[in-house]
Design a binder for this molecule. Sequence first.
Ligand SMILES: *Cc1c(COP(=O)(O)O)cnc(C)c1O
Length: 352
Amino acid sequence: MTNQFWSPIVQRLKPYQAGEQPDFADMVKLNTNEHPYGPSPKVLEALHAAIGDQLRLYPDPDSSRLRAALSNYFSLPSDHFFIGNGSDEVLAHVFNGLLNHPQPLLFPDITYSFYKTYTSLYGIDYKTIPLNSAFQINLSDYQQSSGAIIFANPNAPTGVYLPLDHLSGYLDDHPDVLVVVDEAYIDFGGQSAIALVHKYPNLLVVHTFSKSRALAGLRVGYAVGQPHLIRALERIKNSFNSYPLDRLAQVAAEAALLDQTWFSNVTAKIIADRDALARSMSQLGFDVLPSAANFIFVRHQHANAARIAESLRQQHVFVRHFNQERVLEWLRITVGQPAQHQRLLQVLQTFL
Ligand SMILES: *Cc1c(COP(=O)(O)O)cnc(C)c1O
């Protein structure tokens, strides 16, 4: 369906389909990898304090305080950080400003599906590389000539983590390929590639406050890399929207980063609950991929995934099924609160 007023680019776009946001009082929502607990109480305090007549003023266009806090947290100079309105926006600028090359961009066949959407938005030539049969990324499959590669680590929607020494080996061998690692879930079990940024001018790491910092509703993401990469993103941002983060988002993200105690405690709890959920799912006859994320990716040995998702949904239990080759038999289930897991397991038991 096209419209005579649509520009050619709008006609060729293939927009991303976000997970649904249902609204039932009794629902168990395990479909979009949101945090099961609210943000740190210190974040709420900081937000309350920031609500006032200063909202008439534009926010700091460069999120300087938040960048200083990140600089401190990761022990890198603040010119190594770029902040955006959710990591989706950061990724959009990365695709536009750093991943558009004459040679194709490479990314896994199974990964965050927004990558393909950005290639259609920006007209980027790309090639997908199949995950191996254990759904792992094998960087030795990325030897063909390319301008850049991007992947999520831990990967989405599999949760599988690629150890850091594989990445550093690849960076050593390919100094002319830009490597972007989307670490949306890194706090739930992996080692961050930010530790490698000082060494590799061709590495950019993208993070979000949506998952482990429980701020999906405020939209804060960032990229970490050497200043020549960050400057490219700033040039795009300042040609698009100079004020990507509002005052409240900047203040809340800074407070979230400073409350290390809350963060460590609640993250450890989610990891323990994930591992318990994985064991219970195995007992129900599911194959469960090893997860380093706040979700698990599961396949039942006999029952059909779409039918399982539908029967859960009728009981207002929401999980994610992807209508995509290779993963049609799989379901992605966000780690929630233990009581939510109990309800999920009960409904599954009845269904199976
Ligand atoms: C959730 C997610 C994002 C987007 O995060 P926002 O900061 O909320 O835009 C990016 N990449 C991956 C792999 C994700 O799962």
